[in-house]
Design a protein around this ligand. Structure first.
Ligand SMILES: [Zn+2]
Length: 501
């Protein structure tokens, strides 16, 4: 039996059983002694056995099969998903796909289930431009899992369903591509799947319905449009999210003094204790926005982290550049840390603190003293001989460096442009115009710096909690615009990495 690229293992097994005339998948597996439960848990051995039985490629089958790790934890390849991301006990299908692929109930086995139909946030079929329908519920989950038997049983009902036209939104398309093809390198791609899908929907709800809307009581079609508008913001990363949150505070009739009232359902949802650690990178951006834009009394919890009571920068007196910072004002503009006003004077950006300028000075003097392996950025971008690196270390793509340093690709770009990492345009080795980073300069960088992501990995503590701890301890950050990943001096981290708590 052919395996469609989007078909999970459980559907393939169900179709094999139905084509063979078995009354149910359970019975079929009993007859041929097939390990049905391991297959439903997504275990590799069972998937390989099924691939052999069906005569298809085991790797392709495993690519689209969800592993169940127990206690509501699921994995699809390196993607994390939760109970809420799936329709587990109800089967959803596109009625038009069923009509087109199965001429009658007895041949329902011809319709492969699409992996994307299982995800709660995907609600339409791009091929037919209509809403998916959810089959009537079953009493036992083992019956609901037998896809072909469900189609056979409800075939008439499915064909009777009115076709509800619905465009496939860029949000649904994004999720579908990610589920079927894998994830990319942007900030949104690094948020876990269950975080992205729900975050887009809840942010969209707040955008569309205002601060008083509640999380409950919306129709599927509403959630679909909420998801689309939330995705429109989140796809562009933390700066876009922060900008969107800033705009909420300026809305007509909103009490802009309290972040909880401004953000409404978005804040309520993010606060919820049922959300796991994988939500921390998102919470972290929102927290940072709150600490930067609202005056929060000392001790008040902002998404689980107590405020230090530091006044927000729009309350703080603007300060003028002095000493080292003043002498390097042009470079600060270049680095995105200062801006030139209409009268020609250069002032620090709103998020820049004296502490950050001290960090900038420390970095500049360190590199000037030859502490880093990196020369000037201009010299570094000269083409390198094909395949040979002067230092013998080879080249790494921007996305590989981002993954290894556990920072965003945008951050790597910034580090290269400003000479903290040595990059080169190597059109011979890589596709034309692609910037690559020398392995040697990455080693040098790592000797001196460590990202928040790396600290989190080593200490096994969530990023949000760590970043607040460091902020409260006044640990210096590498001076960069606030929408980039946070990077610390490795020498400052000794005590935190040693205790691992
Ligand atoms: Zn369809």
């Amino acid at each position: 039996m052919p395996h469609a690229a989007f078909e999970p293992a459980s559907s393939l097994l169900s179709r094999l059983a139905a084509r063979g005339g078995a009354s149910s998948m359970q019975r079929f597996c009993g007859d041929i002694a097939f390990p049905i439960d391991p297959l439903f848990r997504g275990e590799r051995v069972a998937i390989e056995q099924l691939a052999q039985l069906a005569g298809c490629d085991a790797a392709a089958l495993e690519w689209v099969s969800v592993r169940h790790l127990g206690k509501g934890h699921f994995r699809l390849r390196d993607e994390f998903a939760s109970l809420q991301s799936f329709q587990r006990l109800r089967v959803r299908v596109c009625p038009e796909c069923v009509r087109a692929e199965a001429p009658c109930a007895a041949e329902s086995w011809r319709v492969p289930r699409r992996l994307q139909w299982k995800f709660s946030s995907i609600r339409s079929c791009p091929e037919h431009g209509c809403m998916l329908v959810t089959l009537p519920p079953e009493k036992f989950s083992k019956d609901a899992r037998d896809f072909s038997a469900q189609l056979r049983k409800h075939y008439g009902w499915i064909l009777d369903q009115p076709m509800i036209p619905a465009g496939h939104s860029p949000f649904e398309q994004y999720l579908t591509d990610r589920i079927l093809k894998g994830r990319g390198d942007r900030w949104i791609d690094r948020l876990e799947l269950n975080v992205v899908s729900r975050a887009c929907e809840v942010l969209g709800l707040r955008i569309a319905e205002g601060p008083d809307a509640s999380l409950a009581g919306h129709r599927e079609a509403d959630w679909m449009s909420f998801g689309a508008s939330g995705y429109y913001v989140l796809k562009d990363g933390p700066a876009a999210l922060s900008e969107c949150l800033g705009a909420m505070a300026r809305e007509e009739g909103v009490d802009g003094r309290f972040f909880g009232r401004v953000f409404g359902a978005w804040a309520t949802w993010l606060k919820s204790r049922s959300l796991g650690d994988e939500f921390e990178p998102l919470r972290d951006v929102v927290r940072r926005h709150v600490f930067d834009h609202f005056s929060v009394r000392k001790g008040v919890l902002v998404l689980g982290v107590p405020s230090e009571g530091v006044a927000s920068p729009n309350v703080r007196e603007p300060f003028t550049l002095k000493g080292f910072a003043k002498r390097n004002a042009e470079d600060l503009v270049n680095r995105g840390l200062a801006r030139r006003q209409a009268d020609g004077t250069i002032v620090p950006q709103g998020f820049v603190t004296q502490r950050m300028l001290e960090s900038y000075e420390r970095e500049k003097k360190f590199f000037r003293a030859g502490g880093g392996a990196v020369g000037s950025a201009a010299a570094a971008i000269a083409p390198a001989p094909v395949g040979i690196d002067a230092a013998g270390g080879g080249h790494l793509s921007m996305s590989v460096v981002a993954r290894r340093l556990r920072v965003t690709v945008e951050t790597v770009g910034y580090l290269v442009v400003h000479g903290l990492l040595c990059g080169m345009k190597n059109s011979e080795c890589y596709r034309r115009g692609a910037t690559v980073v020398t392995a040697e300069s990455m080693r040098g960088f790592r000797e001196n710096f460590i990202s928040l992501g790396e600290v989190s990995e080593v200490t096994k503590r969530p990023q949000g909690a760590l970043s607040m701890k460091f902020r409260n301890a006044d640990v210096a950050l590498l001076a960069m615009p606030h929408d980039l990943s946070r990077i610390y001096w490795r020498e400052d981290m000794g005590v935190y990495l040693a205790t691992k708590r």
